[in-house]
Design a binder for this molecule. Structure first.
Ligand SMILES: [Zn+2]
Length: 209
């Protein structure tokens, strides 16, 4: 075999390995997770969310129910509630949304809501004032336990992820790896991040070390 042939072969193998280690990237719009207590307060005692469509993460769904977020400077209407109900309510918005609401919102991992600002949720005449739980979600990759081995990553690790797009390819730093056997492997970014890389459905990410 000549050198050129070997080089081509190596390139092909590397490309295949990279493809196998790549993952789907999904853009998450602003959304709300609610405790059953807050579902009751906004929709009535014992109310069950209506499933609209299932999401990539097993068991997670977008409901048909919507709420309004009320901030000191602005409101965001028609914000989707994701189910099922959680132990604690949490509202995930983008940096642009935070400016529209007029609230200084920290970048946090999902569930890490101690010390975060609250927000008022409105459904018709019913309102709930959350004392905390308003966050800009830290960009993250959900990784199944199986894929974590293949991808050589561990729970809580911070990685860089390259996104190839037509005009705005970029490398996101500060991406947290979250590993669970309950996860399907996929990266989640918000709409600000999606716009920054000219996100299109089906786009894939690659870890760069
Ligand atoms: Zn996620």
């Amino acid at each position: 075999m000549n050198e050129q042939l070997i080089d081509n072969l190596v390139d092909q193998v590397v490309a295949k390995i990279n493809e196998e280690r790549s993952f789907l990237v999904e853009a998450s719009g602003r959304h709300v997770h609610l405790s059953q207590e807050h579902i009751n307060a906004l929709f009535g005692e014992g109310y069950q969310l209506t499933i609209n469509n299932y999401l990539s993460q097993p068991g997670q769904y977008a409901s048909k129910e919507r709420v309004t977020l009320l901030g000191p400077k602005g409101t965001l209407h028609n914000v989707v509630i994701l189910g099922p109900a959680r132990a604690a309510s949490q509202v995930e918005i983008s940096g642009t949304d935070a400016l529209a609401l007029g609230i200084k919102v920290p970048v946090k991992e999902s569930g890490d809501i101690e010390g975060t600002p609250g927000i008022v949720l409105v459904n018709g005449h019913k309102t709930v004032t959350l004392e905390k739980g308003l966050i800009i979600a830290k960009r993250h990759v959900h990784v199944s336990t199986n894929d974590a081995k293949k991808m050589n990553v561990t729970q809580g690790e911070i990685v860089k992820v390259r996104i190839n797009s037509e005009q705005r390819s970029l490398i996101f730093d500060d991406v947290v790896i979250r590993v669970s056997d309950k996860f399907a492997t996929a990266m989640h970014i918000d709409y600000d991040e999606a716009n920054a890389c000219s996100f299109k459905k089906g786009i894939r990410g690659h870890i760069v070390k």
